[in-house]
Design a protein around this ligand. Structure first.
Ligand code: SAH
Length: 221
């Protein structure tokens, strides 16, 4: 990542360090992930008017009725996905502003990310470029069908909640690969960790969460 996005005042390194300290208190203990939260400039992923709140442990609006995920959730999902080893290829469904994508890019060879709202994807791509990140490939598409051309994936992470786990995502996991996905109706969702085994899938509930719903089709606005 380029190092020119240090920020001052409410976006300074001290402010970022405090966010990481808060995540430690909440049970995040992977040092590489905490370090990645400390060094990733979350304020460039939100509107300038909200920059001063970028290092609060909270979801914030990013336009198009969507939100940037809460840092704790990003850290928790990343921790569950990588489990202290770097991955080859990861698929992210729901690029949004691209913050989770940039965190993931620090823990795998290549990130593939799909977003159904074109306006969000265009802005996210600008941020990847600005940060000088080269291992992210993105597409304007419906993530319900995954990204078959680049499957299978070591890891898949989903940032919006479907009612049930899309079959295509299960099929696009390598043996041993992990899928992190919130599932359920709005207001009452479980964050699941699903691992593909030699003869099926193992499922574990990580947390109770609240995500925007996973929708079908694409939006060209
Ligand atoms: N990690 C992102 C989360 C954004 S919110 C961030 O921190 O910014 C979830 C995103 O999932 C939204 O941008 C929404 O448009 C997208 N989304 C919802 N359903 C989708 C689908 N079927 N395919 C691709 N993206 C989807």
């Amino acid at each position: 990542m380029n190092s020119e996005h240090h920020g001052i005042g409410m976006t300074s390194q001290r402010t970022r360090d405090r966010l990481a300290d808060k995540l430690v208190e909440m049970g995040i203990n992977s040092e590489p992930i905490l370090e990645s939260i400390r060094k990733t400039p979350r304020h460039i992923f939100v509107d300038e008017a909200l920059a001063s709140r970028a290092y609060e442990n909270t979801a914030l609006p990013i336009g198009f009725s969507q939100t940037i995920s809460q840092p704790y959730i990003v850290a928790k999902m990343t921790e569950a996905l990588i489990q202290d080893r770097n991955l080859q290829n990861v698929l992210e469904v729901g690029t949004g502003c691209g913050y989770q994508t940039v965190i993931l890019s620090q823990f795998c060879q290549q990130v593939y990310t799909v977003e159904r709202i074109n306006g969000l994807l265009i802005k996210a791509r600008e941020r990847f470029h600005k940060l000088g990140i080269r291992n992210i490939r993105s597409k304007h598409a419906d993530g319900n069908i995954g990204w078959p051309n680049y499957a299978p994936f070591d890891g898949i992470i989903v940032a919006a909640a479907p009612i049930g786990v899309p079959e295509a995502l299960l099929e696009q996991l390598t043996i041993g690969g992990r899928l992190i996905i919130p599932v359920g109706k709005s207001g009452k969702q479980d964050l699941l960790l699903i691992t593909r085994t030699d003869d099926g899938y193992e499922e574990q509930t990580i947390d109770a969460v609240s995500f925007v719903p996973m929708l079908g089709g694409i939006d060209t606005s």
